[in-house]
Design a protein. Structure first.
Length: 215
């Protein structure tokens, strides 16, 4: 019984080690090429945390030089040019230093003491959604009312978009929104829309929405 228990503990430990990222090992420079998506977090003087989207798009690596683009959300996207240096398993650019293990990066920016955590992933083509969308909203009951629905997407960052919406039936209601893309669906608030090339179809409680992208 004791031997079996000890063997189980050893096996469990080996499985845990096997599934943990190898933070201390050098990385293949070309494995960095691609999209890295995650969060950056700042802790305020009062102890509260504020988090938002953070993205790196690494386009090429030449020797130990890393080139690409980055973006982080703070009252909208804040794009920047990435020119960094790879030293062992550490990527350094500007005031930021990130440690790399397998498909993960983590580290900090000394500029604002922000903690950064990223995972290698494939970002959706959210930039293609930028523009004006227009169509109608139909009340779902039989013989339902019809209204106009407009949406303008002004900014995009990986799986997040920002813009404004407007719903008009007898009177107009409008406001800003921050939406998230998962697969071929865009959601914001109570609105869920399926993206079909230059069309979006979906709606919100009791209303069905159909829109086309304007040229």
């Amino acid at each position: 019984m004791v031997r079996a228990l000890a063997a189980s503990v050893v096996l469990l430990g080996s499985l845990t080690l096997a599934s943990s990222p190898s933070w201390s090992q050098d990385v293949n420079p070309q494995s960095l090429v691609g999209d890295w998506n995650g969060k950056w977090t700042i802790t305020s003087a009062q102890g509260g945390d504020s988090s938002a989207e953070y993205v790196l798009q690494i386009e090429r690596v030449e020797g130990n030089k890393v080139f690409g683009r980055g973006d982080f959300a703070w009252k909208g996207p804040n794009p920047f040019k990435l020119e960094g240096t790879l030293e062992g398993n550490r990527l350094k650019f500007g005031a930021t230093e990130l440690e790399i293990a397998d498909d993960r990066m983590q580290g900090r920016s000394t500029k604002n003491n922000a903690k950064i955590s990223l995972v290698k992933t494939k970002c959706p083509d959210s930039a293609s959604l930028i523009g004006e969308w227009g169509g109608e909203a139909k009340y779902s009951s039989e013989g339902g009312y019809r209204a106009t629905y407009f949406m303008t997407i002004t900014q995009a960052l990986c799986d997040t978009v920002w813009g404004t919406w407007e719903f008009s039936y007898e009177r107009s209601s409008k406001g800003p929104f921050k939406g998230h893309i998962e697969g071929n669906q865009l959601t914001y608030g109570q609105v869920t829309l399926e993206i079909r090339d230059n069309q979006m179809i979906g709606g919100f409680p009791s209303w069905k929405v159909s829109m086309t992208k304007r040229k």
